[in-house]
Write a protein that binds this ligand. Structure first.
Ligand SMILES: [Cu+2]
Length: 343
């Protein structure tokens, strides 16, 4: 075994180990291969086709390289002399080989991929009967979510009924973002001044992580969201609770918290239904107490984290558009109690 062959073997081994490590480190992040709906299954199908073709090309090319190396070494043995080398070059079979491998095969492979990509894109965009429309507007750096049929408004956590096709109506009121839930569908950009559609269906109830997939500014990385697919009965209950009149504060501390909220700048940036708070720069907080996260999948929604967030939202999510607020502890506690009571 020559040093060159040994070096090559080491390189191949390193690539194999890196590939295994990459495959093993994706525990938390959702994978398009772990699909939970028809649109995502289509996308994964295209992925597997591309992967299969790429693997075939790689194996064939690598096999030919190894073959050429072995043959070249045998040719360059001193006993064979110059004649062997001369016989190895030129000839009609070699130019046919270059035509087939260098032109015909790439054209065929790229044509197959083009056709499959175009038909898949058409299939996943087709309107389905019985669709539920949900309007999502990308903000900096969170997602405004509206259900036009029922007038319900929420943020970052998008409840949908499992087993029903959804038509997301996607907009942006600032820069370009991209709406992506890898386990349920491909990604579609939200573009200022334009309305795009993304269709998907979750086959099974569950929570599917989404992420802004187009660089959009300082907090692009923390512009996450969730699609929560409920059973149809749970979804109807969820929607009914939010389309009602809203309960208002039910205890002394929450009533005090509501006063603090209306008195501070909060109400100028946030909406809470059936109150004077109608701001739109920040997320609608009407059902904040039932949400799982604060700041688009930045902090778990617990009273402690909420107090930290109100005190200084810039610490966990630097550069976001909510300013710090300095309140006496009793007022902060009341405010936290009020927000956590909102369902
Ligand atoms: Cu974004």
């Amino acid at each position: 075994v020559t040093p060159a062959v040994r070096a090559r073997a080491v390189a191949v081994g390193a690539v194999a180990v890196a590939a295994l490590a990459l495959a093993a480190c994706s525990d938390d992040s959702p994978s398009i291969l772990d699909h939970h709906g028809p649109e995502a299954r289509h996308v994964a199908g295209v992925w597997w086709l591309m992967f299969g073709l790429a693997t075939a090309v790689y194996v064939i090319v690598a096999g030919l390289v190894i073959f050429a190396i072995l043959r070249g070494r045998r040719r360059s043995q001193p006993s064979e002399g110059e004649a062997g080398v001369a016989a190895a070059s030129g000839g009609p079979s070699e130019s046919a080989f270059i035509w087939a491998g260098g032109i015909v095969a790439p054209v065929v492979i790229l044509a197959v991929l083009a056709v499959v990509t175009v038909t898949t894109t058409r299939d996943v965009r087709r309107a389905q009967p019985g669709e539920l429309q949900i309007e999502v507007t990308a903000k900096r750096w969170w997602w405004d979510v509206r259900y036009p049929e029922s007038g319900v408004v929420t943020a970052d956590e998008i409840h949908i009924p499992a087993g029903r096709p959804i038509d997301f109506v996607l907009r942006s009121d600032n820069v370009v973002h991209s709406f992506w839930v890898p386990q349920l569908a491909g990604k579609v950009d939200t573009i200022p001044g334009q309305t795009n559609h993304l269709r998907l269906e979750a086959e099974t109830p569950g929570t599917y992580l989404g992420q802004c997939a187009e660089y959009c500014g300082i907090q692009h990385a923390r512009m996450g969201f969730q699609i929560i697919a409920d059973s149809p009965a749970d979804f109807d209950r969820w929607l009914a609770r939010r389309s009602g009149a809203g309960t208002g504060p039910t205890s002394e501390p929450t009533a005090r918290g509501q006063l603090v909220f209306m008195r501070e700048a909060c109400a100028g940036c946030h909406t809470i239904r059936n109150t004077e708070a109608t701001g739109t720069l920040g997320p609608d907080l009407s059902d904040f107490g039932s949400r799982q996260w604060i700041g688009s999948v930045t902090l778990r929604n617990t009273p402690g984290n909420l107090a930290d967030w109100i005190r200084d939202p810039q610490e966990p999510k630097p550069g976001n558009l909510m300013p710090p607020t300095n309140l006496p502890p009793a007022e902060l506690d009341a405010l936290v109690a009020y927000l956590e009571s909102l369902q």
